[in-house]
Structures are given as structure tokens and as C-alpha cells.
Write a protein that binds this ligand. Structure first.
Ligand code: PEP
Ligand code: MN
Length: 286
């Protein structure tokens, strides 16, 4: 494997723990489940997600505010207004939030509002962005490029780490192949390989991998079975009305059921999902 120095496992039992908050960390025996919509659409939407997913429970919320859309005419995300929604919900529900960073210019405002910065697939080899994220004192969720090899993926993590930030979590989210029945092909072999090759936590995004909601839950269970340290899954109060990635969004009820269904799988591989219910600091959203 190339000349990675920092990301590779030097001895088999060392595992980096990436802390997301006082209560939540990737890479320990507890799995980290991140749920939420593809895009932040409104305060009410995010309040509903946070409220309902306490029952799952999930350990973190997701929601894009800067969206890498294939078409320049598609909604590009709510920007700063969305970041303010994320940080309000994070405060009210005492739950960490993850959101995507697409450019160096966005870093400071995202750092001020979120707990973890996601590098999307389309930016996995945006080396200037990776270098800049090396200077950030927040964990980075690095998604595998649309057609990146395992080696390229590890070297992208190496960029962030070699510039000073060792808090990197890898995310397998499917790779392009010839068959478009599923949006991508979920590469669980890569999850196993990355767990062996590196000391970094590895999570799986089955939503973008398959692109169809009815395929998400079985693959989420398979990911946990093969050693993933967590999951990031798209869900929405009204999935069909999602402004982006509607076809793969789970309902909040299905998300709660999915997380519950992970319990026996997690137990079978010596992992746990925190069952503690979070009490919101205030009553339901106004
Ligand atoms: C997303 O998480 O909404 C996203 C755009 O993911 P990816 O970069 O994996 O396509
Ligand atoms: Mn999405």
C-alpha cells in the first residue's frame, strides 16, 4: 500500500477512537448510528427528525446544507440558514450533528455550527480541501470517492492526517459499477479490508450505496455484521417529499425499526448500540 505513514495499522490491536461529543465516539465497542435527511429543509423538519429518532436511538444527526448536486439547476442547499437550524437542534436535543463541507471557504462557519465535517464522495480527492481540514480541530467524516480504489481512499485520509488532524472516520458509500439497478455497489469487502489495513473507524452509508429505501435495512445489518463501526442513513419525516435523494429516504418509523433490528446483529459481533433515551431540553418545537 503506497507510502501511507499515519493511517495504516502498525499493530493489529491499536484502534483510533474518534470522539464526536462527551458521550459519543467512533471506534469503541458502541456503534455510532447517524440519521437524518439528505438536505436540511426547515427547522420543523429537523426538530421532527431529532424528536422521533430519540426512540431509535441514533447517536448523531445528519443534514446537508451545502449540497453537491449533479445539476447546477437543482437546489444547492440552504447554506448558512441551514447551519443555524442544525446548531439550534443540536443544542436543544443535546445531540451531535454532521454536515458536508464542499470548499475551504465554508470551513469556519461549519466548524462554528457542527460537530463533524463530512467530505463527500465528489471531494474525496480535493487535495486542497483535505489539507485545509488537516488544520481543523473537529472530526472529519471522509466518504469514499465515486470510483476510488481502497488505496486512493486511504491516501485521502493520509492527506488530512499529515496536515495535523488525526480524527478521521472513513465511510464506505458504494462505488460505481456497470449495473444501475442499484445506485452504486456497496463494497463490504472494502470495509473489512480498511478495518484490517488502518486503525481508523470505518462506517457505512447504505443509503447512497443502493439508492432504494427497501434495500437499506438488510445492508445496514450486513455492514454491522462485517465489522463496521457505525452507519449513516438518510431518513425524512415525509420521505417522498425530500428535496434530494427522496427514493432512498426511509421514514422515521422505518429508521427506528432499523436501529432496533441492528441490536441482535451488533450483539453477535460483540458490539452495542446505546439504548439511553435523550430527554429534550425543551418541549416539542414551536
Ligand atoms: C450525502 O451524504 O448526502 C452525499 C451527497 O453523499 P455522497 O458524497 O456519498 O454522494
Ligand atoms: Mn444524499
Amino acid at each position: 500500500m503506497l507510502n501511507a505513514k499515519l493511517a495504516l495499522a502498525s499493530h493489529s490491536d491499536h484502534q483510533t477512537i474518534v470522539k464526536l461529543s462527551e458521550q459519543v465516539a467512533f471506534g469503541g465497542s458502541e456503534l455510532v448510528i447517524i440519521g437524518g435527511p439528505c438536505t436540511v429543509e426547515s427547522r420543523l423538519q429537523m426538530e421532527t427528525v431529532a424528536q422521533e429518532l430519540q426512540r431509535a436511538p441514533v447517536q448523531a444527526l445528519r443534514g446537508g446544507v451545502y449540497k453537491p448536486r449533479t445539476s447546477p439547476y437543482a437546489f444547492q442547499g440552504p447554506g448558512l440558514e441551514g447551519l443555524e437550524i442544525l446548531s439550534a437542534v443540536r443544542e436543544r436535543y443535546n445531540i451531535p450533528v454532521v454536515t458536508e463541507v464542499m470548499s475551504i471557504a465554508q470551513i469556519d462557519s461549519i466548524v462554528a455550527h457542527a460537530d463533524m465535517l463530512q467530505v463527500g464522495s465528489r471531494n474525496m480527492q480535493n487535495f486542497d480541501l483535505l489539507k485545509a481540514l488537516g488544520q481543523v480541530e473537529k472530526p472529519i467524516l471522509l466518504k469514499r470517492g465515486l470510483a476510488a480504489t481502497i488505496e486512493e481512499f486511504v491516501m485521502a485520509a493520509e492527506y488530512i492526517m499529515s496536515h495535523g488532524n488525526s480524527q478521521v472516520v472513513l465511510c464506505e458509500r458504494g462505488i460505481r459499477s456497470f449495473d444501475n439497478y442499484t445506485r452504486n455497489v456497496l463494497d463490504l469487502g472494502a470495509v473489512v479490508a480498511l478495518k484490517q489495513l488502518t486503525h481508523l473507524p470505518v462506517i457505512v452509508d447504505p443509503s447512497h450505496a443502493v439508492g432504494k429505501r427497501e434495500l437499506v435495512a438488510p445492508l445496514a445489518r450486513a455492514a454491522v455484521a462485517c465489522g463496521a463501526d457505525g452507519l449513516i442513513i438518510e431518513c425524512h419525516p415525509e420521505p417522498e417529499k425530500s428535496v434530494s435523494d427522496a427514493r432512498q429516504a426511509l421514514s422515521l418509523e422505518d429508521m427506528v425499526d432499523l436501529v432496533q433490528s441492528l441490536q441482535p446483529v451488533a450483539a453477535a459481533v460483540g458490539r452495542q448500540i446505546s439504548q439511553s433515551l435523550r430527554v429534550p431540553q425543551l418541549a416539542v418545537a414551536s
